[in-house]
Design a protein around this ligand. Structure first.
Ligand SMILES: Cc1cc2nc3c(=O)[nH]c(=O)nc-3n(C[C@H](O)[C@H](O)[C@H](O)COP(=O)(O)OP(=O)(O)OC[C@H]3O[C@@H](n4cnc5c(N)ncnc54)[C@H](O)[C@@H]3O)c2cc1C
Length: 450
């Protein structure tokens, strides 16, 4: 009898498994494809590696001369997709190998195969029945296929980094951070890119201020956004490299389907409640069946790896009697755009709706010495605080390393810090993170360098 069987080895499942092993629980993890799941094999890691490659390419093209580097003939510089993929693959192999090593080191049994729930206390993997006290479903999500797809024209993100080459005219569907990252990735490869979304906005859940900034940025990058338009690839809608969308004819050789996703629900001999293609869970990620938990993308709460991992850890701690509150507002959102964008806590719109008497304190990157030295001073930090008590309610950052910097905000929020704490936290100089201190000063009274 296992203490815990985890189905799925993405960031939600494998982190929970390692933690369970560390805590002495007899644990098995079942995986039907590759250890590391979507995130490590086809999502977060390869996409970030490729984004770094194109960012370097663009910097060489645009910045080398002004940074004082002679001898680069920009006309001869080109982007080699194949070699960049090879680099990404090496990183993926190293990380997935590391995860497998850690699972084994912590005594977690890795079982290959497709899992099915046989009862509240048993999981069937092919012909083997695993009896267990608890089950965590961490099976992730999959893109909802585009209807009537023309074969070969549409690919899923999972297929993207297996492509041998990329054609000139790309359509990315969707409005999520991943869709925006992919749109910019191809634009930085000098492809023509159109982002088509059925929604009337990009970046769901983002503060309007960041959203507007990013819309402007995508326009500047010459990425056209077509709103309120589901992509239709039925007969006649695509012909000879032209796609008809929303009354427009767009050049299109490849569509990357990055629109909505649905949970990977698994076969089960008992009923587990589902809504809109995701498992319904309570605040502790427990499903409608006692002892069966669902964490990560499959419960539909978010589609971020770190949130899945946090949920997995939460469940394992709970099973060991450690009760903590999992506050979704204290979990950051990140987007690896150029520049990066990240936020945590309440958006201004949420602060308004919740009736807070709040203050906004903003500090621009253009007044920061390190950002100027790095030649990347486009962006800002925006602090939302309670006017009377000074408590930090939310933070939004647009900056080259916003996805790293947001973790400082996460610490402030975890410790329920005030703007006085931020202002009093001495930051090293010169660093981009100094904009925290400046926004803190601005919230208390006045920023120094503004
Ligand atoms: C291109 C791209 C870029 C992304 N970039 C980021 C990023 O930078 N940051 C970020 O936070 N998020 C990013 N994401 C999202 C991130 O990949 C997901 O949020 C994350 O992978 C979800 O983790 P998970 O563990 O819930 O599921 P997954 O990582 O999808 O893992 C689920 C695992 O379960 C297995 N499985 C499914 N059903 C069964 C079954 N019946 N039996 C056995 N095994 C099963 C699957 O094979 C899979 O390995 C990105 C996504 C994409 C597509």
């Amino acid at each position: 009898m296992y203490d815990l069987v985890i189905i799925g080895s993405g960031p939600a499942g494998y982190v929970a498994a390692i933690r369970a092993g560390q805590m002495g629980m007899k644990t098995a993890i079942v995986e039907r494809e590759k250890i590391g799941g979507m995130c490590l094999n086809w999502g977060c890691i390869p996409s970030k590696s490729m984004i770094e490659s194109v960012k370097l390419y663009q910097r060489i093209l645009k910045d080398s001369a002004r940074f004082g580097i002679d001898g680069i003939e920009t006309g001869r510089v080109s982007f080699n997709w194949d070699n960049a993929i090879k680099r990404a693959d090496t990183i993926v192999k190293r990380l997935t190998g590391g995860v497998e090593f850690l699972l084994k080191k912590n005594g977690v049994e890795i079982i290959k195969g497709e899992a099915r729930i046989a009862s509240a206390n048993s999981v069937l993997v092919e012909n083997r029945l695993l009896e267990t006290k608890n089950i965590i479903i961490a099976t992730g999500s999959t893109s909802v296929p585009l209807e009537k797809s023309i074969e070969d024209l549409v690919i899923e993100p999972k297929e993207l980094f297996k492509q041998r080459s990329i054609p000139d005219n790309i359509v990315v569907t969707g409005n999520t951070p991943v869709a925006i990252e992919l749109a910019q990735l191809f634009r930085m490869m000098e492809k023509s890119v159109t982002l088509v979304t059925a929604a009337d906005h990009i970046m769901p859940k983002a503060d309007d201020y960041i959203r507007k900034y990013m819309e402007g940025r995508l326009k500047k990058d010459k990425i056209e956004i077509v709103y309120n338009t589901p992509v239709d690839t039925s007969a006649g809608m695509w012909k000879d490299g032209i796609l008809e969308v929303g009354g427009k004819s767009i050049k299109c050789d490849l569509i990357i389907n990055s629109s909505s996703r649905k949970g990977n629900l698994i076969g089960s001999d008992i009923k587990i409640d589902v809504s809109d293609g995701f498992y319904i869970v309570d605040q502790d990620c427990e499903t409608s069946v006692k002892g069966i938990y669902a964490v990560g993308d499959v419960n539909g709460i978010s589609q971020f790896a770190h949130i899945g991992s946090a949920q997995g850890l939460h469940v394992v701690n709970l099973l060991k009697g450690i009760r903590q509150k999992l506050d979704i507002h204290k979990l950051p959102m990140n987007m690896y755009s150029v520049p990066e964008a990240a936020q945590i806590g309440l958006t201004e719109q949420e602060a308004q709706n919740e009736g807070y008497d709040y203050k906004i304190s903003e500090f621009p990157l253009s007044a920061n010495g390190k950002a100027m030295s790095e030649g990347q001073s486009d962006g800002f930090l925006r602090l939302i605080s309670d006017k009377k008590l000074g408590e930090v309610l939310g933070v939004q950052i647009v900056a080259p390393n916003a996805t790293d910097m947001i973790n400082e905000a996460a610490a402030y929020m975890q410790l329920e810090s005030t703007v006085y704490d931020i202002a009093q936290t001495v930051h090293t100089h010169p660093t981009v993170s100094e904009i925290f201190m400046e926004a803190g000063f601005e919230a208390v009274d006045k920023a120094i360098h503004k």
